[in-house]
Design a protein around this ligand. Structure first.
Ligand SMILES: O=C(O)C1=C[C@@H](OP(=O)(O)O)[C@@H](O)[C@H](O)C1
Ligand SMILES: C=C(OP(=O)(O)O)C(=O)O
Length: 422
């Protein structure tokens, strides 16, 4: 899919889609609970469909309706033989569900596409090796077999928080207590808080002291209805667009959310944007922005769009603690460097930092051809860049958008953004 973006002014209100992170968690918890749970205000995307498909493979009954799901849970201790879970390109789905497949002693296969199986899995490989369980990885699949033991787990906190969430979903189901200690530096921690929040809604209690989680065994998930709030990672694209272009209102937002990417509001405010919020609406007004230093350790998914913000600020912005961006759907540091350089943005990168000397306008003689690097967040970020530039651009392989936000371009059109699907 090729998309032509023509610079344009936007205005109006945008209903931000449901949080992908919270949706994964709600679907998983409901699928582990006895009884029926209803999850409402869902946005279906390839990643969410992957989680639904995997939970069905585990035996959960999931009835999908327009924006909701009715879910009857399964028993992870009693899986069928030879189950296959298709995780597509979803890191959350795969890492959240590997421990879940290791309670029944049956062989479980996880399939992955794109870059998924190149992304780090070593933490699980090590745990499975130490417990003498099968963990076999090929280019497009991971096979596991064996029963995960309760006990003391200690893992590094700077690879992916998704391993921590994955363990927290199943350790409470084991027949004895466990502890899980996270080695510093502990990054993307806010995502683990989202997991703890959802576990609590489904009756699972986990105590915490600094970097150690205390998990009682023999717990049971209790069915619970959940209404999913708007996604701050997606809102960030509209927040930056508003800050650079013209005022936008985002609806469906929880102002008390614990999503780490809510940091976009502080980043925009400290860069000079004026922001008003009321009920579940947030309005962002444009301004001459000056962000300076931005730390991504707890909000990695904001990386690509913050590179766009920095490109349009007439000063130097340094983005630090960005190393995990290299391990997402694409190497997001490299992808943003390559694509922004097509616009002559002055950008330098190191292994874990991005420095951008921005300016207020970008015009080129020819239409640049931007590539998605098969990454939804690169597509959305470069679309925002293009809407604020002075020359049209074309984004190739833009179908990557379906991973998290299939209606993104329609939503951009709705607020006046000139986007043509070629
Ligand atoms: O738990 C989650 O929902 C997520 C955790 C983060 O990953 P890492 O912990 O690997 O940084 C984030 O980048 C990802 O998009 C979603
Ligand atoms: C990295 C992302 O997702 P996941 O890790 O679940 O593939 C993302 O949505 O940006």
């Amino acid at each position: 899919m090729k998309v032509k973006i023509t610079p344009s002014k936007v205005s109006g209100t945008i209903a931000i889609p449901a949080s992908k992170s919270i949706s994964h968690r709600a679907i998983i918890c409901a699928s582990l609970a006895q009884g029926k749970s209803t999850i409402t205000n869902l946005t279906f995307s390839k990643d969410i469909e992957a989680t639904i498909s995997c939970m069905r493979s585990f035996g959960a009954k999931i009835e999908v309706q327009k924006n909701s799901c009715i879910i009857e849970g399964c028993n992870l201790f009693d899986l069928q033989d030879g189950i296959c879970c298709d995780c597509n390109e979803s890191g959350s789905t795969l890492r959240f569900l590997i421990p879940a497949g290791a309670l029944s002693n049956k062989k479980v296969t996880y399939l992955g596409k794109g870059r998924l199986l190149e992304r780090p899995m070593g933490i699980y490989q090590k745990i499975f090796d130490e417990q003498k369980l099968l963990f076999e990885q090929s280019q497009d699949a991971i096979h596991i077999q064996g029963k995960l033991q309760s006990g003391h787990y200690q893992i590094d906190g700077n690879i992916s928080s998704q391993f921590i969430s994955g363990l927290l979903f199943v350790l409470p189901l084991l027949d004895s207590d466990s502890t899980l200690t996270i080695n510093e530096p502990y990054e993307s921690r806010s995502y683990v808080d989202l997991t703890l929040d959802m576990l609590k809604c489904f009756g699972i209690e986990i105590k915490q002291d600094k970097n150690t989680y205390y998990i009682k065994g023999n717990q049971k998930y209790i069915a619970h209805d959940v209404k999913i709030e708007g996604d701050y990672s997606q809102m960030a694209f509209f927040g930056v667009l508003a800050g650079l272009n013209s005022s936008l209102t985002c609806s469906n937002m929880n102002l008390n959310s614990v999503q780490g990417d809510k940091a976009i509001l502080d980043i925009l405010a400290s860069a000079g944007c004026s922001i008003n919020s009321k009920k579940d609406f947030i309005t962002i007004h444009p301004s001459k922005l000056q962000p300076k230093t931005i730390d991504l350790s707890d909000c990695p998914d904001l990386g690509p769009i913050l590179c766009v913000l920095a490109s349009y600020c007439e000063q130097t912005t340094t983005i630090i603690n960005a190393q995990r961006l290299r391990m997402k759907e694409s190497d997001r540091i490299e992808a943003m460097e390559v694509e922004l350089k097509k616009w002559n943005v002055d950008i330098q990168t190191t292994f874990d930092t991005i420095t951008i000397h921005g300016k207020s306008e970008y015009a080129l003689d020819d239409i640049p051809i931007i590539d998605s690097h098969n990454d939804h967040r690169i597509v959305m970020a470069m679309c925002v860049f293009g809407l604020c530039a002075n020359t049209p651009c074309i984004i190739e392989n833009a179908q990557a958008i379906t991973k998290s936000y299939p209606d993104f371009f329609e939503d951009i059109q709705r607020i006046g953004g000139k986007v043509e699907i070629l």
